[in-house]
Write a protein that binds this ligand. Structure first.
Ligand code: CP
Length: 311
């Protein structure tokens, strides 16, 4: 096994050396993606099931592409068109899929801890593609790869994470990963959307976005989950945009080079303006490309593709 842990369930307590190894391997796979024939035989003969119980654009397509680039056989499962709709349990669904001789499962699920639960009754490598409000470890790996690509280091980098931290699996995995890699993290957002005691994770909290912009090398802007506005967590979109929105006027006032990230999907005109999302400071589409390379690296290292290392 090339990584300490058999599964990738989250970045809490994940070894620093293994994060570094995944990112280094991902950079080598990035070169494969630039070739005319973007494919290596590393996982030939291995079968991966993408088990998605929640909507996804980037993560799902990115994993599927990564699997095809590594020559693995891929099966996609969508909960909405499965026998779950006829009342079959999660466990029975998973055991039936496993009986078809699979090697790995990539799973997105709305329940925190669901990928861990799956490891208890399925004997395949499990990769968490986002579990409710808990973790999204592959997103954090691709975010760190994108920062390393831009700054050539992670140690000592100052990263602001802005928005609804409380409900964000992207935020939590980024916090664990960035702190492990020696970066500094400041969280910024409405007080009711920042968890109590989050300082215990080694991060700072600052509710003033302008101070965070002055301090940070990069901002990771989170999606404002409009579906939560109806339950009163954010008073109004206009108020949120005024206090925390990354607008052209706000960045112009600071006259500062700062890298802008967003995991997607974006609410243009709410947490981020289109001029910023599509501007020179944004690395949002680099993140998407690095997502394929990162997921290739994760699959390769977890599934033992050592015979055919990327050159
Ligand atoms: N960043 C991310 O997880 O996007 P999707 O929900 O589209 O997969």
């Amino acid at each position: 096994m090339m990584l300490k842990n058999r599964h990738l369930l989250g970045l809490e307590g994940y070894p620093r050396a293994d994060i570094a190894k995944i990112i280094d391997t991902a950079f080598r796979f990035r070169e494969v993606l630039d070739r005319p024939v973007k494919k290596v035989p590393a996982l030939q003969g291995q079968t991966i099931v993408n088990l998605f119980f929640e909507n996804s654009t980037r993560t799902r397509i990115s994993f599927e592409l990564a699997q095809k680039r590594l020559s693995a056989d891929t099966v996609n499962f969508s909960a909405s068109s499965s026998s779950l709709k006829k009342g079959e349990s999660f466990k029975d669904t998973a055991k039936n899929i496993e009986a078809m001789k699979i090697d790995a499962v990539v799973m997105r699920h709305p329940t925190p801890g669901a990928p861990w639960h799956l490891t208890r009754f399925v004997d395949a490598v499990i990769i968490n593609a986002g579990d409710g409000t808990h973790e999204h470890p592959t997103q954090a790996i691709l975010d760190m790869m994108s920062l390393q690509e831009r700054f050539k280091r992670l140690k000592g980098l100052k990263i602001g994470i802005v928005g609804d931290i409380l409900h964000s699996r992207v935020a939590l995995s980024n916090i664990y990963g960035l702190i492990t890699m020696g970066a500094e993290v400041t969280l910024c957002g409405p007080a009711n959307l920042i968890p109590l005691h989050v300082g215990e994770l080694g991060v700072q909290v600052n509710h003033n976005i302008d101070e965070v912009i002055e301090w940070a090398d990069a901002l990771n802007i989170l999606r404002i989950q409009r579906e939560r506005m109806g339950i009163g967590l954010i008073p109004s979109i206009r108020e949120y945009r005024r206090l925390f929105g990354i607008t052209s006027e706000r960045l112009d006032r600071h006259q500062k080079e700062i890298v802008i990230m967003h995991p997607g999907p974006m609410n243009r005109g709410v947490e981020i303006d289109s001029q910023i999302a599509d501007g020179d400071q944004a690395i949002i589409l680099d993140q998407v490309l690095n997502g394929v390379a990162s997921r290739m690296a994760i699959l390769y290292l977890l599934m033992g593709g050592q015979e055919t290392k990327p050159e």
